[in-house]
Design a protein around this ligand. Structure first.
Ligand SMILES: [Zn+2]
Length: 255
């Protein structure tokens, strides 16, 4: 039985660009969602918080040169170039076109060795999955919480049933409540750690799917691949550029 007014959804695989596999598409969607959840809304440049200054480790931002004349152009350079005592950062600026070309070059190098990279990513995933203590610890804390809740319930029930010294009773009740809050915080922390680990694993798996979906050399810059695969770019002091892909894979590109 179908619900009235339900709109049928058709999923047409053929409509994807050949270079972006459905897996990569899903991966990019989840990355975009993650970015939004972290307060970095799309709408800002795709280069924002992606280019790092190799001198001071700070982010590079967009600056407009010749904003009013025909030579107007946007360049990306260290946001804190002159903010340090002593020498200003010596890293060079990049144009948007240079950034795009650098990414395409690095991606092609990555794809060339993709079998090795995939093997490396799989090892990383294995090492993340092997640490089973976190879920075990969480289960233990959850059980302890259950015991505390039961103790509290019994205590409250007994107090309602039998007349007793209220000062001593309240002291006991507060002790259990404090312990409960403490354990609850422990559990929240563990949940966060588990979620973070899960996210890391998804990112690495997404990288593998994405790499499997890319065949042959890229010629043009692809924004989806940039958003989905790149962690950040480092502009080194002496001109070289290092492209860091998600999962920490670094590819050096001569500047
Ligand atoms: Zn800098």
């Amino acid at each position: 039985m179908t619900l009235q007014g339900e709109i049928p959804q058709y999923y047409v695989e053929e409509h994807h660009e050949p270079i972006i596999s459905p897996d990569l598409f899903d991966f990019v969607q989840s990355e975009i969602k993650h970015r939004e959840q972290n307060g970095k809304h799309s709408g800002v440049s795709i280069f924002a918080n992606k280019i790092k200054c190799g001198c001071c480790d700070g982010w590079c931002g967009a600056k407009v040169w010749h904003s009013t004349d025909k030579y107007r152009r946007v360049i990306y350079c260290c946001n804190k170039k002159y903010a340090h005592k002593g020498k200003p950062c010596s890293t060079r600026h990049l144009t948007g076109e240079e950034i795009k070309q650098t990414f395409v070059k690095a991606l092609n190098s990555l794809v060339e060795v993709k079998e090795n990279v995939i093997a490396e990513l799989r090892t990383l995933i294995d090492s993340i999955c092997q640490t089973e203590e976190l879920p075990e610890e969480r289960d233990k804390v959850e059980q302890e919480l259950g015991v505390l809740a039961e103790r509290l319930e019994t205590l409250i029930y007994e107090n309602a049933r039998v007349a007793q010294d209220q000062t001593a009773y309240l002291k006991q009740e507060n002790e259990i409540r404090a312990l409960y809050v403490e354990k609850q915080e422990d559990m929240e922390k563990l949940d966060e750690q588990i979620a973070e680990r899960e996210r890391k694993r998804n990112t690495l798996e997404g990288m593998i799917h994405a790499l499997c979906g890319i065949n042959g050399a890229q010629v043009v810059f692809d924004e989806a691949l940039w958003c989905g695969l790149l962690d950040h770019i480092i502009v080194k002091e002496y001109g070289a550029i290092v492209v860091v892909f998600k999962g920490g894979i670094e590819i050096g590109v001569d500047g």
